[in-house]
Design a protein around this ligand. Structure first.
Ligand SMILES: [Zn+2]
Length: 487
């Protein structure tokens, strides 16, 4: 199968480049996965969905993709949480790996080719540290192994940071055992009660960065085509991955690097619309996984995204329009009458969608092309149901929808079930927005009182309606005081 050309914004060069792979038609793709110490936050979902979109699009354009997404199951936070709960750290992390797999399924993530865990990759991790030590890049102090950053001449090539500047910034927290403040831990000795593995440096466990270097090498080889992660991982994590892999393997680690931007939860609107719903699980239960996936796919991965109530509303509306269209199309009668113009419209939309997806994974661009087509067909056909649709046009439309579904994971065959989820999401959104805190109610009542005192009747009525919508009744007492209760 031939592969279509695509371009990717490569963070190594900070330019959009034509994507070339080491082997024709094959991609070796690594994406940094989650640390499993608790339920994942909605913010974690963006990297998961973006990694999945990249995986799907690469497959859609014809690549055979070997995709590795790891689980960090050995980590300080995991050990801390496990201690608090009095359970074994590996049992604790496995519990949250299982929960994470459920979240991934509800976000319609395709399973990666490999999902290695740190605890299963220990021999390869130890091997790599040994190589770094033998090559002189690592040194040992009291059973702790450090990577000596200044020896790696290309350090900073991804993050564009200079060692001199970093040294200055790190002076305050310097560990006297380090030869340079930028040096980082590859292996640390076990503390009492912590999980540990035997190694040439004594019983201990790896530092965080080395796992990705070792896992990428194990499942993809010393050099890979594409590495992805959240922008927060670019420094120091990815920079350290490069330093470890390139020093140990003697070749380029990854030819392309791409990073997704943050989800911004800073805005006031977000707390209003989400309340305490901050885990993926809670969001999925309240609004459904499809809504979350749609939200996270509605903005280009390199753009920052503000979490607001309106993005939930918009996603709900769009999912509904997509699936109503799909459903109505499936129910349309056939006619012998052909329309070349409409057929050409579908073919050209497909082409434009392919171009968008091939242009640095522009999923929102492809979705917007599809919506233009849906608007056109809603005008020409759906409102004119009696006329029906030709078999040829129907097949082309279905093929287009399948293509979109495979490439983005945003369209589902079970449209009736999906429309049910949308109803539920809409109801939840309504409840979330109507809920006022006691302080908010008090504030509104005070505002209303002031409005009445200044004879601002329209403002006073507006507040009364708002309270009424939230199910609150205000009673004015004859002595000028007031009381309120829920209906
Ligand atoms: Zn990583």
């Amino acid at each position: 199968m031939s592969v279509k050309d695509i371009t990717i914004f490569n963070n190594l060069t900070r330019t959009k480049e034509k994507f070339k792979t080491l082997e024709d038609g094959k991609v070796r793709f690594y994406s940094c996965g989650p640390t499993t110490y608790d339920f994942l936050h909605v913010g974690n979902a963006r990297a998961l969905v973006v990694g999945d979109l990249i995986f799907r699009i690469l497959k859609t354009v014809g690549y055979e993709v070997n995709f590795v997404r790891n689980f960090t199951d050995v980590d300080d936070k995991i050990i801390e949480r496990a201690k608090e709960e009095g359970v074994d750290p590996l049992v604790h992390s496995q519990k949250y790996i299982d929960e994470c797999l459920k979240d991934m399924a509800s976000l319609n993530l395709l399973p990666a080719t490999h999902t290695p865990k740190v605890s299963d990759t220990m021999p390869q991790i130890i091997d790599m540290i040994k190589i770094l030590e033998d090559k002189g890049f690592a040194y040992v102090v009291d059973g702790e192994v450090f990577y000596h950053v200044p020896l790696f001449k290309d350090y900073g090539k991804l993050s564009k940071k200079k060692i001199e500047d970093l040294q200055f910034g790190k002076r305050v927290e310097v560990d006297s055992r380090k030869k340079n403040p930028c040096d980082f831990v590859l292996w640390k000795p076990a503390k009492e009660g912590e999980p540990s593995w035997d190694s040439p440096w004594g019983a201990g466990r790896p530092g965080w960065h080395i796992e990705c270097s070792a896992m990428a090498k194990t499942f993809l080889g010393p050099e890979i085509d594409l590495h992805h992660g959240g922008i927060d991982l670019m420094f120091p994590h990815h920079e350290n991955e490069i330093a470890q892999s390139e020093a140990a393997n003697g070749c380029t680690f990854s030819d392309h690097w791409c990073h997704n931007e943050f989800l911004n939860f800073g805005s006031e609107k977000m707390s209003k619309s989400l309340g305490n719903v901050i885990t993926i699980r809670a969001f999925v239960e309240t609004y459904s996984g499809e809504v979350l996936r749609h939200i996270l796919s509605s903005v280009h991965y390199r753009s920052k995204m503000d979490w607001t109530k309106s993005i939930i509303e918009r996603a709900i509306g769009e999912i509904e329009r997509l699936h109503v269209f799909y459903k109505e199309l499936m129910g349309m009668p056939r006619t012998d009458k052909e329309s070349q113009k409409d057929f050409d419209q579908v073919v050209s939309t497909r082409k434009k969608m392919e171009e968008e997806l091939s242009n640095d994974f522009n999923v929102p661009g492809a979705t917007s092309e599809l919506f233009s087509l849906i608007r056109y067909f809603n005008r020409e056909y759906i409102s004119n149901l009696g006329e029906g649709i030709s078999e040829k046009l129907f097949s082309e439309l279905i093929s287009l929808l399948k293509f979109y579904s495979n490439a983005t994971g945003l369209l589902y065959d079970n449209f009736d079930e999906m429309l049910g989820h949308i109803n539920h999401a809409r109801k939840s959104l309504c409840e979330a927005s109507e809920k006022l805190t006691d302080e908010e109610v008090e504030k509104l009542i005070k505002d209303r009182k002031e409005a009445r005192a200044t004879k601002d009747w329209s403002r006073s009525d507006q507040i009364r309606d708002q309270l009424n919508e939230a199910g609150i009744v205000v009673k004015d007492n004859p002595d000028g005081t007031y009381s309120w209760h829920y209906k």
